[in-house]
Structures are given as structure tokens and as C-alpha cells.
Design a protein around this ligand. Structure first.
Ligand code: SF4
Length: 368
């Protein structure tokens, strides 16, 4: 079954490092957008999904009633399986009982909370609107409402972050007992205030060596505390992996609705417009249509599949494409198996522990 992604492009304030298509907007603009979104939903009426993910931006930047309208219309337009994973992204500052209770009662069963750090000076440097206490309170409130699947996002290589403060963030995160942790390194994007500050020499980011140490420390500490690493940057307790995100890494089908959203179905990738005025005029698509060849599909399956710690199943590859993985990628497989960066074990090809840090270079070699 397909996954459904819904994009809400609004935030309460723009973070210093963010280059996503999101903006601060008045309530009237949010309403106009939600009405357009509902119209786009109706184009796929009757579609069946077993994962739903409302992301952004900050979906919880919508007032409770407006967010409820989005969730209600998902139910009206689509058939969502009873055991579906239904995630909403949330900024800690936007967590209140009324909103959380509404989401919970309307079937949202997973929250993805953008914590990033449990150190106030780092949150301040990132331009986040919340502090450490807000993050802890949001997690506790979500539990109180009844959520049994809570994911938090953490970041490494943040301005002012040291190995010590990163350890403090991880320790505090573990104490909050989330079910899932995503831990990504900060990426310095051009045309952001943070990029300008770094370029002007006002802020120094940590070096690559420290970044690597942080990553290794995170993997080791999280595993010790019951979080199984199932993807390069994702860790889950008690099997609570992100079923929606696994669809991306398994090259499964999904429909993306909303500003800048992408869909992938039947080997075709479609993109929505990134111009909100156009979107609100109900001109949803931007005209881009990418039809993937079998060769491209095989490449992507490999490229994305190697992100998972379990790797790529040789039999699933054969079932999907009717070809043996070794006939398609003979040179890259031979090269990395020899160096020990790849391991072929139990019917799967996966990255070795030492390869994770250079994974991008390795995965690129599978682009045909
Ligand atoms: S909350 Fe997320 S989407 Fe919004 S500005 Fe910050 S990083 Fe960007």
C-alpha cells in the first residue's frame, strides 16, 4: 500500500539554518492554503494508504481547528488502513493539550518532535523558538495525552556544540524515553542567516573529526540504551521504526500533497509547485514529470537501500527487477566487498560499520 505525505509550509518563525520552503503567515493565508490542499486531496479520492505523514514546515503551527480540518479531510477523501502509522511533525513550542488531544482522538498515533538539542544556547544559535524545558514538557504532555510512539529529532555539529554538550543532549534525550530518535548533522545551507554568520567569521562550526566522533558516540550510546540503529541516522526502540520513511528507503510508492511535495508511483515522479500563490490558485503541479527507467530504478533501490543497516536483499532485488544484483553492479560490489566497506551476509548486501562515515561516496558508485 502507498504512503501519504502532506506538506504544511508554515512556521512560527524562520530558523537560522533553514532553507525549506516554509514561511511565517497570517491565519487567512493558512486557511486559504488548507482549502487548496483539500481540493488537491479530492483529486486522489478513494486512494488507500497505510502510512500518513503530515510534515512541514510546522504542521502544528496551524490552529487546532484548522489542523483538525486537514486530518478530517484525510479521512473523508482516503481509505486509511486501521493499523496505519499516522505521524504529525510538531515543534515543542506549539504543543498544547487541546491540539495534542485533538490529534490523538482523530487517529494520529505518532509524533515527530523537532527537539534538535537540549542545550539552550545551541537552540538559540539555531534560531529555534523553543528551549530545553519546552522540549521536555512537550514530550511529557504528549505521553499524558496518550501517545505511545514519539520520535524526536536531534542535531549534531550545531554552533557552540562541544562533545560534552552533545553528550548532555543525548543523555537528556534518553531520559525522556522517546520511542524513536533521528540524529542528523547540521547542514550549512547557502542563503540562510547561519551561512552568512559562518562566512562572516561570527560563528565557527565544529571540525569533521568532532562531527565523526559525535556520530560514533550517538550510535554507541543509543544502542547501549535499547535504540536499534536501522538507518544511517535513525534509531528505534521496541521495533518502532518509521514505517513511512522506510517506504522512501525501500523505493515504495507514495503520494505527496501540498506545496513542493513530490509523489512517486508506477516509476513516475511528479513534483508540486513551490509557489504558494500558484498552489492556492489550485495549480498544484509544476509540470515536472520524471519517468524512471529500469536502470534508474535499480540504482535508486540500491542507493537508498544501503542507507538501511540491514542493507539490500538480493532476493527482493531479483523479485523486483528480474536481475541478479551482481550482474548489474559487478565492479562496485567487487571493489567495496574487497575493501570491507560492504558485507554480503544472510542474503543481503550492507554497509560495514566503518563504511557508514563514507557512505555517500560508496552509494554514489551505484548510480548507473
Ligand atoms: S521549524 Fe523546521 S521548517 Fe520551520 S523554519 Fe525551523 S527548521 Fe525550518
Amino acid at each position: 500500500m502507498k504512503g501519504l505525505y502532506i506538506h504544511i509550509p508554515f512556521c512560527l518563525k524562520k530558523c537560522a539554518y533553514c532553507d525549506f520552503n516554509s514561511a511565517v503567515a497570517p491565519d487567512s493565508k493558512k486557511e486559504e492554503y488548507v482549502n487548496a490542499l483539500i481540493c488537491e486531496m479530492s483529486e486522489y479520492k478513494g486512494a488507500e494508504f497505510d502510512t500518513v505523514y503530515i510534515g512541514g514546515g510546522t504542521p502544528t503551527a496551524l490552529e487546532t481547528e484548522l489542523l483538525a480540518k486537514v486530518i478530517e479531510n484525510i479521512g473523508v477523501n482516503f481509505s486509511v488502513s486501521p493499523d496505519a502509522e499516522f505521524t504529525v511533525e510538531m515543534n515543542p513550542k506549539t504543543a498544547d493539550f487541546k491540539k495534542l488531544d485533538m490529534m490523538y482522538k482523530m487517529g494520529v498515533n505518532r509524533l515527530s518532535i523537532g527537539v534538535q538539542s537540549f542545550c539552550d544556547d545551541e537552540l538559540c544559535a539555531l534560531g529555534r523558538i523553543h528551549n530545553c524545558k519546552d522540549a521536555k514538557d512537550a514530550i511529557a504532555l504528549a505521553r499524558e495525552v496518550g501517545f505511545e510512539n514519539i520520535s524526536i529529532d536531534l542535531m549534531s555539529a550545531i554552533p557552540h556544540q562541544t562533545m560534552e554538550s552533545f553528550k548532555e543532549t543525548l543523555d537528556t534525550a534518553i531520559l525522556q524515553n522517546p520511542d524513536h530518535i533521528s540524529c542528523y548533522s547540521l547542514i550549512l545551507e547557502e542563503e540562510t542567516p547561519l551561512f552568512d554568520s559562518v562566512n562572516a567569521g561570527e560563528i565557527t562550526l565544529c571540525d569533521e573529526e568532532t562531527e565523526r566522533e559525535m556520530y560514533e558516540y550517538a550510535v554507541e550510546t543509543l544502542e547501549k540504551n535499547g535504540y536499534m540503529q536501522y538507518e544511517i541516522s535513525n534509531f528505534a526502540k521496541n521495533g518502532k521504526v518509521s514505517r513511512h520513511n522506510l517506504k522512501y528507503w525501500n523505493l515504495e510508492e507514495y503520494i505527496g500533497l501540498g506545496l513542493s511535495a513530490h509523489s512517486f508511483a508506477g516509476g513516475v515522479r511528479l513534483a508540486n509547485t513551490d509557489d504558494i500563490a500558484e498552489y492556492n490558485r489550485h495549480n498544484f503541479r509544476n509540470g515536472e514529470k520524471e519517468v524512471l527507467t529500469k536502470k534508474e530504478m535499480m540504482s535508486e533501490f540500491m542507493f537508498l537501500g544501503l542507507r538501511k543497516t540491514e542493507g539490500v536483499s538480493k532476493s527482493v532485488f531479483f523479485e523486483k527487477f528480474g536481475r541478479n544484483i551482481y550482474d548489474i553492479f559487478p565492479k562496485s560490489l567487487e571493489k567495496f566487498l574487497k575493501t570491507g566497506f560492504l558485507i554480503d551476509e544472510n542474503g543481503k548486501v550492507r554497509l560495514s560499520h566503518s563504511a557508514v562515515i563514507v557512505s555517500n561516496q560508496i552509494m554514489c558508485e551505484f548510480l548507473l
